[in-house]
Design a protein around this ligand. Sequence first.
Ligand SMILES: O=P(O)(O)OC[C@H]1O[C@](O)(CO)[C@@H](O)[C@@H]1O
Length: 538
Amino acid sequence: MTDIWTRLASCRAAQEDLRITDLFASEPARAEAFCTSADDLVFDWSKTTIDSAARDLLLELARQSHVEARRDAMFAGEKINETENRAVLHTALRNLGGSVLVDGQDVMPKVRDTFARMSDFASKVRSGEFTGQGGKITDVVNIGIGGSDLGPYMATLALAPYHDGPRTHFVSNVDGADIADTLRGLNPETTLVIVASKTFTTIETMTNARTARDWMAGAVAEPAAQFVALSSAVDKTGAFGIDSSRVFGFEDWVGGRYSVWGPIGLSVMLAVGPEDFADFLAGGAAMDAHFRAAPLDSNLPVLLALTGIWHHQICGYPTRAVLPYDNRLMRLPAYLQQLEMESNGKRVAMDGSDLAMNSGPVVWGEPGTNGQHAFYQLIHQGTTPVPCEFILAARGHEEELAHHHILLAANCLAQSEALMRGRSLEEARGLMRAKGFEGAELDRQARHRVFPGNRPSTTLLIPQLTPFTLGQIIALYEHRVFVEGVILGLNSFDQWGVELGKELALQVEPLLKGDSGEGHDPSTRHLAKLFQDLRQPS
Ligand SMILES: O=P(O)(O)OC[C@H]1O[C@](O)(CO)[C@@H](O)[C@@H]1O
């Protein structure tokens, strides 16, 4: 293994003066050869410094890391989440046929039963057969955080053209502003509250859930009757007062950040209906089938993972930008932040040793074209390259606004071209000369207008943003993160790094209420004191 990493590092070192544009000259079929499809999803990775030699080494890295064996173990229900002794089977939520054994038991009958119950409940809410105490449900408030919020929120926004159910709202932050701003203006008599929490102990979610229950209790006789629970801890949902007929459970082999495909997706199902939700699952299942069957060299999740490894671990670029040229994917970067950074932001390998290389990168982004008018300056002219992952649909949903879509697409393609091509000093000089500059001032002005170029990007092209293609995209990224984790030798499915802050928050809370603060460091005690002082009325 060390050898392959060394060979990759040497391959990169030998590229010192390489320009991506030159690769297109030396590899005449590069535009096609570095463009790979799964169904009608197209992944273009030609605008990177991955040449044929690097590609072959990266594929060798995947082979030596036993990506295929680990993939098969995951789909077979083996307990690949070794630090929590759990199987990893979110894929079972979107492949409703067949059987999958965990501890010798077929888990699929229960998965199918839950899906049928969710569909039945969603249909009744949407048709008005299930009502609030003041009539048909007009609004749904999903209370959850992390994976119990980011997935359904992202998907509901993405599927706006299919949204024909009640209005949906998402409350995640323990900041009272979040729930106050959301509930203001809603009618408790016609609002359904979903408490989405795998553990049903998350302090933010339970605090918000109790606040929502108090709000509801001020207006209706039976507040709990308009509450739904989505959780793995079904024993705790009863204690909150939610009737078991409105509890949708799932197993511990569904990780929080992978949970949008099952009960945690109920708000999406309520918004778009069970059929469109089933299409979303079908898209995910189609990507699963591709991931399981396609050879490594034409396997989209594997290739996306290998470009990630190349850019971060080999080239050393610290961050990666996800840039959907699709306004409805505005929450995708936030969703991917959790998916990637909570999964692969680790410093210890599966076997307990220190990780031999960098863990996952910082992931960030915004939809285009908005980002162009904010941070693209740095992407084009900053000192550190940022690999960019563009996402573009060929068709929008607003046929009468097709001219907007062409302009959107033109901007997307122009950005990746500009990043790769850049603008030389000679070209910049020419521009400034034409504006009448000369001598030293011409040079000075020209230097500010140089674009170094050679900045890598990939483009994911989809026909249209539909429930099916959204499912494909999300499953593609899930598997990409999995493959990267396998190659790095870490466990992508635990998240111990979130625990310490949660524990300390419980200990800091009394400090803010005036406790002595023993056991806390001087800085924290000082800040707590200042906080208390500032809270005094002036
Ligand atoms: O669904 P729960 O149990 O409320 O957890 C919410 C989120 O909190 C985390 O455990 C991190 O703190 C995430 O992994 C999870 O998605």
